[in-house]
Design a protein around this ligand. Sequence first.
Ligand code: SF4
Length: 359
Amino acid sequence: MDVIPTLTCLICPNGCGLKISRENDTYQIRGNRCIKGVDFARNQLKKTGISGNIRSAKAFLHYDEEHISQILSLWDLPLNSLEENRFIQGSPERSLYRTSLLSGSQRLILEQIEPEQASKHEKTALRLDRLKKVGLPVTPFLRGKNGRVVQEAENRFWQLTPFSQGIALNRNNYWQDAWRGEGLGRFLCRLYEREQPDSREPSFNLIDFINSLVEKISLNHRDLLLPLNPILQRLEETVFPVYKDIPTVFGHGDPHPLNIIWGEGKIETIIDWEFCGTKPILYDASLVMGCVGSESPEAFDSPFNRAFYGEIKKAIPPLWLGLLPDFILAQRFAWLNEWLRHEDETMVLQEIRYMEMLL
Ligand code: SF4
């Protein structure tokens, strides 16, 4: 089997690293988070004179208009047209299938979700309804004829959300905008004020996550242990001993700037609530500052992050604020795991360099 150098899919801001391997006249694409990555690879390969059977290693679902019409009838809505090629912000990995569509005068996003996600999505829907009522920029799911947000048809589970267009984020310079950081910081403060964590739901344990990742790394990527050792040593002295004492909140869980639909000088709506739940109060803040900082060497100490910090520090008890830099470092293990999962060696090495810089 031949392996062709990795391509980066440029169709959407996710920028998936596409691995292409060839066996006889069949090319298999890996690393694409949606089917459009195959079209991108096909066009790139064509430019170098390569054609043949080019397909995704992972199967992606597809439904025809008749099927989608039947699903929409659960909301008592008509289907005018399917818009499978319209770019939808947010990670396509969060659902089994998703598409934009037109129904009457509304543009909507239809998603098929895992059956296990259904009850969490119903609970999240109640929170989003409450947050919308108090004026937070969120987009509640649409409720079907039976009043539920998740609709079941032939043992498949569906949800429907209004589509928000927004203005695409320019990843080369968005961190220069203080208003974005300020808006996001304010949003999170209001979220923590308004919604209480569910005391029956266990808090996500980042320490257990790091320990189990390090176990996997010591089995499959031993070469990474050397650069990771000083980072782990630092976290064992700072974050690990006090982790269970950090106050918890109901957090978004993934308030990455790409999970925000940005308008003209304001946040239109915050999307991708799949990871919401009981989180240490430093979790969302560390994710935001760490992700913004990873965009470029000057992005960590940038107007975005400074304005974000100026707001979020109002929600974090002073006792815990000093732990934020080390919590950012701890939180980066979640990203290291992501790059290892996608077998993206370039991003793994880049992540380790970034963690060393944060140390
Ligand atoms: S999510 Fe799809 S369109 Fe976006 S970069 Fe990845 S493969 Fe390309």
